[in-house]
Ligand binder design. Structure first.
Ligand code: UDP
Length: 141
């Protein structure tokens, strides 16, 4: 088993619902450690850059507006197979299809306002961590 780091973002809908602690608790119960964290109001440029891979998709403009509609909580999670472990905790993109007990099943309203982001590969995790954190902001513990 490999120790990995991944990015998690608690999106504006879940921050507004005041469930940051409940979501952190799920990470910790699954053995994932929070090794960096910051709350941030994303600018349009921040959100467009982060989701650049989706810029040709029909939902891109709505996604950027949603991600800038309020503060997000961004964290680096570290643990065994952290990328997949976080994706399993999150559940499917569309909360209607998310397995019972997952973060999206419990806290998300819709495919647009779906509570959390998580890196989908180790390669993207490294890119996304570097997008939001400097090397000295990420601790190893
Ligand atoms: N999204 C959306 N409409 C769609 C598909 C995706 O608004 O039809 C948004 C949604 O917020 C999703 C994000 O775009 O979380 C990124 O999509 P992706 O397919 O990468 O899903 P994820 O990795 O977040 O599960």
């Amino acid at each position: 088993m490999a120790i990995e780091k991944t990015i998690s973002i608690i999106k504006p809908d879940a921050v507004a619902k005041n469930v940051i602690g409940e979501i952190y608790s799920r990470f910790e119960k699954a053995g994932l450690k929070i090794v960096a964290a910051k709350m941030k109001q994303l600018s349009q440029a921040d959100a467009e850059g982060f989701y650049a891979v989706h810029k040709e998709r029909p939902f891109f403009n709505d996604l950027v507006s949603f991600m800038t509609s309020g503060p997000v909580m961004i964290q680096v999670l570290e643990g065994e197979n952290a990328v997949l472990a976080n994706r399993e905790l999150m559940g499917a993109t569309n909360p209607k299809e998310a397995a019972a007990g997952t973060i999206r099943a419990d806290f998300a309203e819709s495919i647009d306002a779906n509570a959390v982001h998580g890196s989908d590969s180790l390669e993207n995790a490294a890119i996304e961590i570097a997008y939001f954190f400097s090397a000295e902001e990420v601790v190893s513990r």
